[in-house]
Design a protein around this ligand. Structure first.
Ligand code: GLY
Length: 351
């Protein structure tokens, strides 16, 4: 079994092995002494993996209930969290008990937020079932929901007690979801690992036989960043490469039709083109990035009007007063934060 520890204020392990989902209960027991567990999953994931996780938790002496919500980013809202609270009340989930986030990024963010706020904080475990959740959102304790004004504007840092990665679930992941996760893999390579980017350029890093190794490398990069900057005061901002514009695009499309990984792809390329034009990024970087995005079936152009996106970017979490922190690349594998006054944002993007 692959294992690493994330040394945050309260350290936790990330475990990875094929078939690990069936050991959920035995893995949770050493880190949580509760009697009850509530599995939070969406309407796609619960029928696929809910029974396996529940049986395993029951075998480890948990009384298990499930909360299932409609799949999709539109569900990542306060009303769904409120419904989760209702389910937790119904299950009489107490402080020592456990929440289990079984699913992709939406599930992990929302279940984590419910865990952070129920009874002022209970344990939760992440079991990511999408590539995107494995390589990014399940690690690092960012939890939250969207509101119409912006993505992830409500949330809390709340680290999981454990992350369980079962690569078996990637074998049945629809190609569309693999494509979406590729957006975050490419982001990780862009900001921290040129060698990984080169493997992506040659087209092998996301092949079935290399996928597990790629996932583990991305997780390890994220682990390091989160350990050095748990609350995003410095280096962790680099993980937001492409996200300022991505969140504006997702908001523009009402968290519907454009998925997160695709939005990140568009955001990374657009900001890199703009930075390159201003001499902030090495010439040729955007072309290299565009080629990789195309290789993995990610979009490179979108018709959303600039004015609306600039409006959305002004609502970004990374705003500090009248300034916005943009993440740019010096070159592939080396990112930096570039602070711009909000009133010059239109010029930055060449509007
Ligand atoms: N997804 C970016 C972060 O966890 O900081």
């Amino acid at each position: 079994m692959n294992q690493m520890t994330v040394h945050t204020a309260k350290p936790y392990d990330i475990l990875s092995e094929r078939g690990l989902l069936s050991q959920t209960g035995a893995l949770c027991r050493p880190v949580n002494g509760g009697r009850k567990a509530v599995i939070v999953a969406d309407s796609h994931v619960c029928p696929l993996y809910g029974d396996r996780a529940a049986r395993s938790l029951e075998a480890a002496d948990y009384t298990v209930s499930r909360f299932v919500f409609p799949a999709g980013e539109e569900s990542k809202r306060l009303s769904t969290v409120s419904d989760i609270y209702g389910a937790l009340a119904q299950a009489q989930l107490t402080r020592p008990d456990l929440l289990v986030a079984l699913g992709g990024g939406v599930t992990g963010d929302m279940c984590g937020f419910a865990a952070a706020t129920w009874l002022r904080g209970v344990d939760f475990v992440q079991i990511p079932t999408s590539l995107l959740a494995m390589v990014d959102s399940s690690v690092g304790g960012k939890t939250g929901v969207d509101i119409p004004e912006g993505k992830n504007l409500i949330g809390a840092f709340w680290q999981p007690r454990l992350v369980i990665v079962d690569p078996d679930v990637l074998d049945t992941l629809p190609p569309d979801f693999l494509t979406d996760g590729a957006g975050e893999v490419i982001k990780t390579a862009c900001i921290k690992d040129e060698a990984l980017f080169e493997r992506l350029e040659t087209g092998r890093a996301l092949d079935r036989d290399q996928l597990e190794e790629t996932v583990w490398r991305c997780i390890d990069i994220k682990r390091g960043v989160v350990e050095r900057d748990e609350r995003e005061t410095g280096e962790r901002k680099l993980l937001n490469f492409g996200h300022t514009l991505a969140h504006a695009l997702e908001r523009y499309y009402h968290y519907h039709t454009l998925t997160h990984g695709r939005a990140v792809a568009l955001g990374m390329l657009r900001i890199t083109r703009a930075a390159e034009q201003q001499g902030l990024t090495a010439a040729g970087t955007a072309a290299r990035l565009e080629k990789v995005l195309v290789r993995y079936g990610l979009p490179t152009d979108d018709p959303a009007p600039n004015a609306r996106l600039l409006e959305g970017m002004a609502m970004d979490k990374k705003r500090a007063g009248s300034q916005l922190d943009l993440v740019l690349l010096h070159v592939i594998g080396d990112a930096f934060v570039h602070r711009v006054p909000l009133q010059t944002l239109d010029r930055f993007f060449g509007d």
